[in-house]
Ligand binder design. Structure first.
Ligand code: G3P
Length: 223
């Protein structure tokens, strides 16, 4: 399973990249706003900055919601860097635009997916990725991971090449569950990725190895 980081923070992207397990980045207008990035030029420059840190797909979301606007904006974003994936919302004009981008060889990420039917439409329109938001489903008492499972079955039934990019991940167990049910990608906050490193028995075990090594070294000096 590929690991993407879900942030527009350059510091966090660099930190994740240095861990050696990062495959890409997803952003959205809320994450850009959180970093104080506003204005068309600043937003475009920020995407280029992200692409210079990570050698992997970087999702850049359109703001337009009409077909012509999505196409115009998406073509502009795609021209910024070969790793840019145009993120398009799951709306009627968005699905039409997915088809257009697919015919043009422009890669896409269909976002705001909350049902298997939406994922099916996006795959039929040729989306490169679909982003089911599992945390937001959990927030409304609906099993987000079950949606990933359902989409996996449908895509496998018909050999759709669209990759399932599990989004709105909140904690490390979401990552494990997504891996168990066959998500292709998990896009995560940095905290969920780094939480995977930790286990108390690893910490205790390492302390013991190091103290035993130290004791043996001291004995060696005395002998
Ligand atoms: O990639 C989409 C993601 O950013 C949404 O996450 O935590 O706002 O539901 P969240």
């Amino acid at each position: 399973m590929k690991f993407f980081i879900d942030t527009a923070s350059l510091a966090q992207i660099k930190e994740a990249q240095e861990l050696g397990v990062l495959d890409g980045v997803t952003t959205n207008p809320s994450l850009m706003a959180k970093e104080g990035i506003s204005g068309a030029n600043a937003v475009l420059k920020h995407y280029v900055d992200i692409c210079s840190i990570v050698d992997g797909d970087v999702s850049a979301e359109v703001i337009a919601t009409d077909y012509d606007g999505i196409v115009r904006e998406g073509e502009h974003l795609a021209a910024l860097h070969p790793n840019i994936v145009v993120k398009v919302p799951m709306i009627r004009d968005g699905v039409k635009a997915l088809k257009y981008f697919s015919n043009k060889g422009i890669r896409t990420n269909c976002t705001l997916i909350f049902s298997a039917g939406q994922a099916l439409l996006a795959a039929k329109a040729g989306a490169t990725y679909v982003s089911p938001f599992i945390g937001r489903l959990d927030d409304v008492s609906t099993d987000g991971v079950q949606l990933i499972e359902q989409i996996r079955v449908i895509y496998d039934n018909y050999a759709y090449p669209t990759e399932i990019l599990a989004a709105s991940i909140r904690h490390p167990m979401h990552i494990i569950q997504c891996a168990e049910v066959g998500a292709d990608v998990a896009t995560c906050p940095l905290s969920a990725i780094t939480a995977l490193f930790d286990h108390p028995l690893t910490t205790i075990g390492l302390e013991k190895f190091l103290s035993d090594h130290q004791k043996a070294a001291q004995k060696g000096v005395k002998a």
